[in-house]
Design a protein around this ligand. Structure first.
Ligand code: ZN
Length: 486
């Protein structure tokens, strides 16, 4: 059996908001999310694994998106992780984030940060796969490098060279390297954008047991074997403060999902499965739930929601007239009904799928948290109902709302709407939404404490110049929201 240490297994770090981490690692770097699970010791936070198509050991970059204060990159820590790429010039073109170049050991490194400040590097290697995958190396910053160098040698690394404050140790066989960089900086404070630990690969439990004994004999305090579901792990702290892990290659990412399914769904260990609903409710959705069009401007954010059959471009010109100069986030409904986009399902014309509506209202409110307020909803028909339902579920979602042709068609949510300003525009001859159904909604808003204005326009379900004029005047004369004054 091969008992040697085989290379880097994974790097685990703390990040900021999960959806920003997800966007960067999947879109900018083109890695695959290969596991969407939770921190087994703290299931209120994700544990996200990115890697190659199959999540092979050695390609795994994993995150606990705790958010919170950024950490600093002092000594006693892994301060950079490096990926080999086929063509560095191609990556310089496609990265789309600021980077700098540095030559080390005769090789160019492109150095940049992820959205939460964690340092990543790219270097050219003939053996690199066409897309990002294996982590080829990492840099450990240390007050004193000699004791860690001894540890690396014990684990089968060989010194390859020295340059300035940096010494490079390469693992026989795999070619993965660790650079030890001497620095007098203070030791690190963990937080968003910092590496928590680095894991090295062992073939199996037997090899791990071998190393556990060997490390204990060398005086290290090594944890018992922990079952991490996708690998078995032991942990120990290196002499310079860096937390190391030795992780087994098996059982691997495919233990609970097929290669096609990897990372698609939230996977929970059996002990948390009974609490799935509560866990999902506190996790930040990774994918953007909406496609949207944006325009920039000054002041409150206008969130536009189109009617059935529309899209994110539908209301842009209307909003430009109603709320001139304000920034706009115009959403595309993510439900399709016989090809027509909507914001929630209905069972038949005028009969809403209430469970679906409530769920999507909560989802919309959560999505809006990513777009700081104050926020003004401008919705037409289906979009007006979506905005109304969202306000009634989560009062924080909008500060003001302009609702063209809305109706009450569901059991309204419990939110207290004190301080909210809402304009409802009802078509007097509307045959799709009766004026009474609009008035009923206005009544609910009033009961919840909102300041409500209802205007009946002498027309049907369609919008007229008069609608636009009323809405524009109402908005320009509406009170400043408290948040905008603050
Ligand atoms: Zn780990």
């Amino acid at each position: 059996m091969n008992k040697s240490i085989l290379g880097i297994h994974h790097v685990t770090a703390i990040s900021g908001p999960a959806h920003e981490n997800f966007k960067f690692y999947t879109e900018t770097l083109g890695l695959r999310l290969v596991k969407r699970t939770v921190n087994f010791d703290d299931p209120g936070v994700y544990h996200l694994y990115y890697g190659d198509e199959t999540g092979s050991p050695g390609t795994l970059m994993t995150f606990f998106p705790y958010g919170g204060a950024p950490g600093d990159k002092g000594t006693g820590q892994v301060v950079a992780s490096s990926y080999p790429v086929e063509n560095l010039e191609v990556w310089k073109q496609r990265l789309g984030v600021p980077y700098r170049s540095e030559v080390r050991f005769g090789q160019e490194y492109v150095i940049f940060e992820d959205p939460h400040g964690m340092t990543l590097e790219l270097y050219e290697s003939k053996s690199a796969p066409p897309t990002l995958g294996p982590i080829g190396g990492a840099t450990l910053k240390l007050k004193s490098t000699a004791p860690t160098a001894e540890l690396l040698k014990l684990m089968g690394f060989e010194e390859e060279g020295r340059e300035n404050a940096r010494a490079r140790y390469r693992l026989k066989g795999s070619g993965d390297y660790l650079d030890l960089e001497q620095s007098d900086e203070p030791s690190t404070r963990g937080g968003a954008g910092t590496v928590h630990h680095i894991a090295l690969r062992v073939a199996d439990d037997e090899a791990q047991a071998h190393w556990r004994n060997k490390l204990i004999k060398a005086g290290y305090q090594v944890s018992p074997v922990m079952d991490r579901n996708y690998f078995h792990s032991i942990y120990f702290r290196g002499p310079g403060g860096v937390l190391f892990e030795l992780a087994t290659d098996p059982p691997g990412m495919m233990i609970d999902e097929s290669v096609e399914e990897l990372g698609e769904k939230l996977v929970l260990p059996p002990q948390y499965e009974p609490h799935r609903e509560g866990i999902e409710a506190v996790l930040d959705p990774l994918e953007e739930p909406y496609k949207f069009a944006e325009t920039s401007g000054q002041g409150d954010l206008v969130v536009a929601l189109h009617g059935t059959g529309g899209d994110e471009y539908d209301l842009l010109s209307l909003v430009a007239e109603v709320a001139p100069g304000k920034p706009v986030l115009s959403l595309r409904g993510n439900v399709k009904e016989r090809g027509a986009r909507r914001f929630f399902r209905r069972l038949q014309a005028g009969v809403f799928d209430e469970d679906d509506l409530r769920q999507r209202a909560t989802e919309l409110a959560k999505f809006l948290e990513r777009h700081p307020g104050p926020r003004v909803a401008v919705g037409y028909s289906n979009g007006a109902n979506m905005a109304a339902a969202t306000l009634l579920e989560e009062a924080d979602s909008f500060d003001k709302a302009i609702l063209f042709r809305p109706m009450l068609g569901w059991e309204p949510g419990p939110a207290d709407l004190s301080g909210k300003q809402i304009l409802l525009l009802i078509g007097r001859d509307d045959r799709i939404v009766s004026p009474e159904a609009g008035e009923k909604l206005a009544e609910v808003f009033r009961e919840r404490g909102a300041e409500v204005e209802v205007r009946q326009v002498p027309t049907g379900h369609n919008l007229t110049r008069q609608d636009v004029e009323i809405a524009r005047r109402w908005l320009s004369s509406s009170r400043e929201t408290l948040k905008s004054i603050a």
